[in-house]
Structure formats: structure tokens, C-alpha cells
Design a protein around this ligand. Structure first.
Ligand SMILES: Nc1nc2c(ncn2[C@@H]2O[C@H](COP(=O)(O)OP(=O)(O)OP(=O)(O)O)[C@@H](O)[C@H]2O)c(=O)[nH]1
Ligand SMILES: [Mg+2]
Length: 221
């Protein structure tokens, strides 16, 4: 291995170490303000923002919810969510495929943490990169959808390993797509047999109450 390669590996390791330190600072700030933080991760278009729109509607009046939403290039998700909360900010990552802890720290300045009960981070649509970057969240949620294919847990085991809950979204489309639920669950169980899975649909509303109850139960931990 050349000297240059060794240097490159060290740089990446240092960046990850700094990220983890900032993530710990984020967690401390959240704890100081009594804010529960959930990091929602899933592929592009699996339905993250739609789920958050429904979540904000369901939690309206019960919890004050803020959202930091990550996207490469647009403010569209933040604009959608701004219909339901004024505690929302968009983080544009440029070419980066995930959010990092320092971006969340800067995002805190755009929100009133003291006013929040819950902060949800919508990570950049990607099943791989977000998994490796601690943001200071208390829980990670991995989201799949039936239109992506039943092989995604097997092909992306690290999001399964890192998640505290998995959502399987767009189940209203099951009659119309080729998706073998048995295979999906067998693969997922072979990676983590203890992991809770909630099937959700923005169209039928299936699973949304369960999802909201899961969030509420986190506050009791
Ligand atoms: N049939 C069906 N469509 C859904 C469901 N949830 C979301 N969609 C649709 O899927 C598309 C993508 O939804 P978004 O919520 O924007 O997905 P996202 O994961 O936030 O996408 P990115 O932020 O680009 O990664 C939209 O056309 C939604 O209307 C669902 O449960 N069922
Ligand atoms: Mg989105």
C-alpha cells in the first residue's frame, strides 16, 4: 500500500471521529432540552416525506415536532412539511449522499429546540451512506417500500443492523407489484430476528397509528 493510500484512510477515520464527537454534542443538546430525536433513513422515493406529513398531522396538538430534512439540491421536502410545522429546515448536502453531525448542529440554530418534544431527521434518500454517520439521534428508523423489491434487506444488511425499527411502506401496492413478503421477512429475520417491523401505507393509512405509538413509546424509555 502506498504512503498516499495510508494518508487517505487516516483522513477518513479522523473525519468519522470528529463526526462522532459532534454527534455526542448534539445528543447532549437534545437531552438538555428534553427533545427526542429520530433519524429516518431510506432509499430515494420510499415515502419518507409523505410519512412525515402524516406523522405531523397525527401528532398535532400532542407533541411539538421539528424536522431537519436532507436533500442534495432542493428545498421541496421542507416546503411540503412547512404546511404542518414552522419548526422545519432543509439541509442541502450538494454531492454528499448522507447527513453529517455538524450539519445537524447548524440545523439546530434554525429551530427552537427548547420548544420541541420531538425532532425527526429525514436523511438523504440512500440505503448505504446514512447508516455510518451518527447524527446524535436517540433512535434510527430504516424504511423500505414494496416498489423497491423484496431483496433490499439482504442487499443492504447494514441499515437493518443499525435500525431500531423497520418500516415497510407502500403496502397498498402489494397487489400490483412483484414483491415476495415471505422472502423479505426471511432475509430480514436472518439478519436481525428481534427487529420490529411496521407495514405502512400513506394511501390506506395502514400502520400509521402503530408508527405514531412507537414514537410515543420512545419518550417513556
Ligand atoms: N402508493 C403509495 N405511494 C406512496 C406512499 N408513500 C409515498 N408515496 C409516493 O411515493 C412518492 C415519493 O414519496 P416521498 O414522500 O417524496 O418520498 P421520499 O422518501 O421523501 O423521497 P426523497 O426525499 O426524494 O428520498 C410520492 O409520489 C408519494 O406520493 C404509499 O404509502 N403508497
Ligand atoms: Mg423526502
Amino acid at each position: 500500500m502506498s504512503e498516499q493510500n495510508v494518508m487517505e484512510i487516516q483522513v477518513v477515520e479522523n473525519v468519522k471521529k470528529i463526526n462522532d464527537e459532534v454527534a455526542d454534542l448534539n445528543r447532549a443538546s437534545l437531552n438538555r432540552h428534553g427533545v427526542l430525536c429520530v433519524n429516518l433513513m431510506g432509499s430515494p422515493g420510499c415515502g419518507k416525506t409523505t410519512l412525515l406529513e402524516d406523522t405531523l398531522k397525527k401528532l398535532s396538538g400532542a407533541m411539538t415536532v421539528g424536522v431537519l430534512t436532507g436533500d442534495l439540491a432542493t428545498t421541496r421536502d421542507a416546503r411540503r412539511l412547512a404546511h404542518y410545522t414552522d419548526q422545519v429546515a432543509q439541509i442541502n448536502t450538494g454531492r454528499a449522499c448522507h447527513l453529517e453531525a455538524n450539519q445537524i448542529r447548524k440545523g439546530f440554530d434554525l429551530l427552537d429546540l427548547a420548544a420541541l418534544d420531538l425532532l425527526i431527521i429525514e436523511n438523504v434518500g440512500n440505503l448505504i451512506c446514512p447508516v455510518s454517520w451518527d447524527l446524535g439521534q436517540h433512535a434510527r428508523v430504516g424504511m423500505f417500500s414494496v416498489t423497491e423489491g423484496d431483496d433490499k434487506p439482504a442487499k443492504h444488511p447494514y441499515i437493518v443492523l443499525a435500525s431500531d425499527l423497520v418500516l415497510l411502506n407502500k403496502v397498498d401496492l402489494l397487489p400490483y407489484v412483484t414483491f415476495d413478503s415471505d422472502r423479505f421477512y426471511a432475509d430480514l429475520r436472518s439478519i436481525r430476528d428481534d427487529l420490529e417491523v411496521i407495514q405502512t401505507s400513506a394511501i390506506s393509512g395502514e400502520g400509521l397509528d402503530k408508527w405514531v405509538s412507537w414514537i410515543r413509546s420512545l419518550r417513556d424509555i
